[in-house]
Each structure stands twice: as structure tokens, then as C-alpha cells.
Design a protein. Structure first.
Length: 205
């Protein structure tokens, strides 16, 4: 099949010869506007690619994003063809480009609702920030509890050491000594209860 007819410009004229209204100023503004639009459409798929590659890993999402990027890129080509039409007019080729863009646009539009339905399930930034704040508070609370646990553990060890020293050396000679020992035992039991309570609070999520 001969495809040269797609490139044939012999039956067409450039756009600036299509009517007397195409003044140099209008042509310049038209070309610059469509060129900027085309460049923007070429840049958007690149930016979407890096966004997609970083944040998503879903085959269905991949397919929709690929269609979306293709559609935007093709739209950029259509605007570029509007610029080229002032200098080169293979309108059959341009029409084929418009048909491909139309098909790509329709397919993307039909698949986009499925992508939106998936994306709305992702947590909002406000929810993520709130969760991060809660996690930071929990980490801080547990760190404080751990420091308090270590402090009370040292106090308990010191009291037990004193009690063992008294019992080992048989220093209980008076009623006051016995009362002091009872006080130490009471404080030891109280310290153990406090440590158990602290550990229980620390382990509770």
C-alpha cells in the first residue's frame, strides 16, 4: 500500500493563504500560542511519569496513566500541527493524527473514573499528618516511660542492696532498726507495684 498520499501537499494550501484575514500579527500570535500549548502538553506527560513512578505500583493504575500521558502528548502534537500548517500542509496526515488523538481521548475518558475511584481510597494529607502527630506523641510518651522505668529500677536496686546489707550483717539490734527495715520493705513493695503499673501503661497501645 502506498502511503505517500498521507504526505502529499499538492492539493492543499498553507493556512496563511486561506483568507485575507491572516495578517502577520495574527499569524505570529496564533503560532506562538499553539507552540506554547504544545510545549506544555509535552512537558506534562514527563512530569506525570515521574509522579507515577514514585507513588504508584498498581498494574491498572499504570495502564490508565500510560493512556493519560499518551492522550496529552497527542494533544500536543495536534497543536504542533496547527503551527506547521502555516508552512507544511499534509492535511491527510494531520487528519490521521486527529483521529488517533480522538480515539486515545475517548479511551482515557472511559478509564479515568476507575483511576479516580482508586485514588480516592488513599488517605488524605490531613489524615496522614494527624497520624504522624499521634505517632510522635506515642514515641515521646514511651521514651519518657522508659526513662522513668530506668530511674525507679535504680532506686529499687539501691533499696534492696541496703536491705540485704542490713540482713547480712545482722544490724537489727533495736526496735528502731526493725521499724526501719519494715519501712524499707514497704517502700520496696510500693516501688515494685509502681514499676508494674508503669510497665502495664507502657505496653498498652
Amino acid at each position: 500500500m502506498d502511503w505517500n498520499w498521507l504526505w502529499d501537499t499538492s492539493e492543499f494550501v498553507t493556512r496563511n493563504h486561506c483568507g485575507p484575514g491572516w495578517t502577520p500579527e495574527l499569524i505570529g500570535l496564533y503560532i506562538v500560542s499553539h507552540a506554547i500549548i504544545a510545549l506544555a502538553y509535552f512537558a506534562i506527560p514527563i512530569e506525570l511519569y515521574f509522579l507515577y513512578r514514585k507513588d504508584w505500583d498498581d498494574p491498572h493504575t499504570t495502564r490508565v496513566f500510560a493512556m493519560f500521558m499518551s492522550f496529552i502528548f497527542l494533544c500536543g502534537l495536534t497543536h504542533l500541527s496547527d503551527v506547521a500548517a502555516f508552512y507544511w500542509v499534509p492535511y491527510r496526515l494531520y487528519t490521521l493524527l486527529y483521529m488517533i488523538t480522538a480515539i486515545s481521548s475517548a479511551i482515557t475518558a472511559l478509564n479515568l473514573p476507575f483511576l479516580v475511584a482508586r485514588l480516592v481510597r488513599y488517605p488524605s494529607p490531613a489524615f496522614v499528618n494527624k497520624l504522624n502527630d499521634q505517632l510522635r506523641e506515642e514515641v515521646q510518651r514511651r521514651a519518657e516511660a522508659e526513662r522513668e522505668f530506668a530511674r525507679r529500677d535504680e532506686i529499687l536496686k539501691a533499696r534492696l542492696s541496703n536491705l540485704e546489707d542490713v540482713l547480712k550483717n545482722n544490724k537489727i539490734k533495736t526496735v528502731e532498726d526493725l521499724q526501719r527495715i519494715n519501712q524499707w520493705i514497704h517502700e520496696r513493695n510500693k516501688a515494685i507495684e509502681e514499676l508494674h503499673k508503669l510497665v502495664s501503661e507502657w505496653e498498652t497501645p
